[in-house]
Write a protein that binds this ligand. Structure first.
Ligand SMILES: [Zn+2]
Length: 320
């Protein structure tokens, strides 16, 4: 069993990042498996080397040791080989449609605007996909993907229709997430993908890309998220607690402040308690949690992280 924690390095680590890392690590260690850290740094417009370095440091500080570290930007040749394979199979096409043109159309399961595969019949330049400045998409099979993850979440979709064919190389040349994640998981022999529920709607698209590339489909499990009270004027991605608008964690609880307020064992205890593995948020090391780790005790509802006078608190709603 090989698993991975694959954060994008587009900001400071925060409690949600560290919770996800802890769950991946505990799942692998409790099953006698391997776990690698993959730093997803392809988006050159948003990633920073300092944030990648901080993620490595934050995991170390928490007590999480990885069996290997993969830097995604080192994997360009493998990503390009996959694009070559799609091109050779006639499945790659250039797309000039703008996001603005899709706005107001059909909503996709991930909340974005669905793509209607408008450019499917457009051909690549005679000189190949590298010669076009346009975004590149992969024509998916129109089949339905039937999939229920290990937590019982039904991820079944017809991704070619519900989301539309995925962008695999952006207009700015960046290899898109959907392609990189599939190629990198395949090459690393990943058997189990543990990740936050926000990514669940992408799973069927990734399964379809695996099938086109002849890669096996790993087991999936999607866990709860840590949320924060939405800032005034911010667009809310979730409304779990009635009148209180909640949003995905962004910059309000950065690792630099967590480390100033807590030591590693204290934060590990808070996260383990939030994940249902400890009756109280008592200091501990990740290794202490391995023997008794149990997904049955991990809550399914998203939880709220915020500062109190004692430091980080994680509760069921923002009012407590
Ligand atoms: Zn298009």
């Amino acid at each position: 069993m090989i698993s991975r924690f694959a954060p994008s390095t587009t900001g400071e680590a925060h409690p949600g990042t560290l919770l996800a890392a802890l769950l991946v690590w505990l799942d692998a260690r409790s099953r006698g498996g391997r776990a690698l850290l993959r730093l997803e740094d392809l988006d050159v417009t948003r990633t920073r080397a300092a944030w990648a370095a901080q993620l490595v440091e934050a995991c170390d500080w928490l007590g999480l040791a990885w069996d290997a570290v993969v830097v995604q930007s080192d994997r360009r040749a493998a990503h390009e080989a996959a694009l070559d394979a799609f091109a050779a199979a006639g499945q790659l096409y250039p797309c000039t449609c703008s996001r603005a043109a899709r706005a107001g159309g059909r909503r996709a399961p991930d909340g974005s605007w669905a793509y209607d595969n408008t450019c499917r019949d457009r051909a690549l330049p005679a000189a190949g996909w590298r010669a076009t400045p346009d975004a590149l998409r992969v024509r998916l099979d129109d089949d339905r993907v039937e999939l229920i993850d290990d937590g019982g979440l039904d991820l079944s979709q017809t991704p070619a229709h519900e989301l539309g064919d995925p962008v695999v190389r952006r207009r700015d040349g960046v290899i898109a997430y959907q392609l990189a994640v599939v190629v990198d998981d395949g090459d690393a022999g990943i058997t189990d993908v543990i990740r936050g529920r926000d990514i669940a709607p992408s799973t069927a698209t990734q399964v379809m890309l695996q099938r086109l590339l002849g890669l096996p489909t790993p087991r999936y499990r999607h866990h709860f998220l840590l949320l924060e009270p939405a800032r005034a004027g911010a667009s809310s991605e979730a409304d779990h607690a009635g009148a209180c608008k909640l949003a995905k964690l962004h910059g309000s609880l950065p690792f630099s402040q967590l480390r100033a307020r807590h030591d590693g064992p204290a934060l590990c205890g808070i996260l383990a308690h939030a994940a249902g593995q400890l009756a109280a948020p008592a200091p501990c090391a990740p290794l202490d949690l391995v023997a008794a780790f149990d997904w049955q005790r991990v809550p399914t509802r998203d939880r709220v992280a915020r500062w109190t006078e004692h430091g980080l608190a994680i509760t069921d709603d923002a009012a407590r």
